[in-house]
Design a protein around this ligand. Structure first.
Ligand code: MTE
Ligand code: MO
Length: 468
């Protein structure tokens, strides 16, 4: 590296397009990333923000780049150096956008720090029907924005043109509503799918889900007041107050049919489990779209835009989509898959956990978990086996008894006693849930594998040791 060519920042800056070549700096290194841009897992538009400049602040913000694989990938594209002085002046512009993040509970297992991503342990998860806020998983894509209630505004726009701006008080004029709903990340249980083949994404165990009450106002009431002609538009877009280094907010959208349907229970929530929304979960206002993948439940809501188009954000267009198991990063076309909205049926065994050693009581073992399906579909049964499907035992369910037909937004907790052979040292346990459309989980991850590790809903299979 020492004997490589030295470039000035000005020279690097000229290389900011496909035609002129795309160069970036990192530390003192200069890299030609022209060929790599289209293969960037975070989307080409994201990496292009750094074209001709330093990627250091981006990697500070998206600290998941800090792995040896990614560093050596970058080094393979190195073409030279900038001078030591230039590297220093680049560095002095850096500040840590994560310096003021909220304090989190120690029980959360951290899957990523910048942005913060964490989940509770499986056994803690099924201790209560409503997930206590400190134990509710956190999935942030950007630094947490700091918002003062007195300064909070929510912009309401139709096709990009602002029609109204509400402050927190104005929002509270709408009728107060409470729903109980689970929120689940599209990548929940990814760690199991990743055993099939390498994939990209946070290595979630089974805890990227939680169940809570959400209090706020109904989106359909706010939209009605706005006077939206629902036949003229197709999507309702949301933006958050969390911004990337170029000032682009987190964004997502849902179909307008969902947004205006009073029975879809879409809520602009300001309370979670009866308390003011916490900073990590979207203070002061987030949207809860029950039955729909977590990514559309936009936190720190800044803007609602009624549009003919979906959100154009990276998270709607270039992420949170499913693919064939044969799709690779070289041939993937994100335009060909629709954005994930309603989630498929899923279940997980939470207690015991894989590799645990457990006790037999009266010839039986106790098994607990959760099950959930998207679109308001009720969990009608959870089947559990410890002989690879020769015998299925039906679990007892704890569910939201108040939920109406087609509006089963909560998860169901389940427990079952399985008879075991006293002589066996190890048992393998499988669980699968059935929803009210008689959808069932696929048996294995092999044939639902996808490069982003989303929609990980195969049977949950664990092995435990029996105490002799
Ligand atoms: N909203 C904003 N503004 N920014 C985000 O990064 N993450 C989304 C969604 N809403 C996100 C967001 C994703 S991918 C998920 S899974 C859920 O929030 C997580 O919600 P939670 O952190 O409250 O559990
Ligand atoms: Mo997510």
């Amino acid at each position: 590296q020492k004997d490589m060519k030295t470039f000035t920042l000005e020279e690097v800056g000229k290389h900011d397009s496909k035609e002129k070549g795309i160069w970036v700096t990192f530390g003192q290194g200069v890299y030609d990333i022209t060929e790599f841009v289209d293969k960037h897992p975070g989307g080409s538009s994201k990496i292009m923000m750094a074209a001709g400049g330093s990627i250091d602040p981006f990697w500070m913000m998206f600290a998941n780049h800090n792995t040896s694989e990614i560093h050596s990938l970058l080094e393979s594209m190195r073409i030279g150096n900038i001078s030591e002085e230039d590297a220093k002046s680049n560095k002095s512009n850096l500040y840590d956008p994560y310096a003021n993040e909220p304090v989190r509970h120690k029980a959360l297992k951290i899957n990523g720090n910048k942005p913060f991503c964490a989940e509770p342990s499986p056994s803690l998860l099924v201790e209560s029907f409503l997930t206590p806020v400190p134990f509710f998983y956190v999935r942030n894509h950007l630094p947490v924005p700091e918002i003062e209630l007195k300064d909070y505004t929510l912009e309401l726009a139709i096709e990009g043109t602002t029609k109204k701006t509400l402050d927190f008080k104005a929002l509270n004029k709408y009728e107060k509503r409470t729903i109980t709903a689970a929120v689940m990340c599209g990548g929940n249980r990814r760690s199991e799918m990743s055993k099939v083949k390498q994939l990209k994404g946070i290595n979630w165990n089974v805890g990227a889900v939680g169940n809570a009450t959400w209090t706020g106002v109904r989106l359909c009431d706010v939209l009605k007041d706005l006077g939206v002609n629902e036949d003229a538009f197709n999507h309702v877009q949301f933006e958050g107050y969390d911004l990337d280094p170029s000032g682009m907010p987190y964004g997502a959208s849902i179909p307008i049919s969902k947004a205006i349907d009073p029975r879809a229970d879409v809520i602009l929530a300001y309370e979670m489990n009866g308390e003011t929304l916490s900073q990590d979960h979207g203070f002061p206002v987030r949207v809860i779209v029950p039955g729909v993948v977590g990514a559309r439940n936009v936190k720190w809501l800044s803007k609602i835009n009624i549009s003919k188009e979906e959100s154009q954000s990276q998270w709607q267009q270039g992420d949170y989509k499913g693919f064939s198991p044969s799709t690779t990063w070289n041939n993937v076309d994100f335009n060909k898959s629709p954005a994930i909205q309603e989630m498929p049926v899923v279940s997980a065994i939470c207690d015991p956990q894989d590799t645990d050693t457990i006790e037999i009581k009266n010839g039986k073992i106790q098994v607990k978990g959760y099950a959930w399906s998207g679109g308001g579909r009720k969990i009608i049964r959870v089947d559990v086996t410890n002989d690879k499907g020769k015998t299925w035992h039906t679990a007892d369910l704890t569910e939201d008894l108040q939920a109406n037909e087609g509006r089963h937004w909560s998860w169901s907790l389940w427990n079952v006693e399985l008879p075991v052979d006293k002589k066996s040292r190890e048992v393998e346990i499988w669980a699968k849930a059935v929803d009210s459309s008689y959808n069932v989980q696929p048996e294995s991850f092999n044939n639902i594998y996808n490069i982003r590790g989303l929609l990980c809903n195969a049977y949950h299979k664990i092995k435990v040791q029996l105490k002799q």
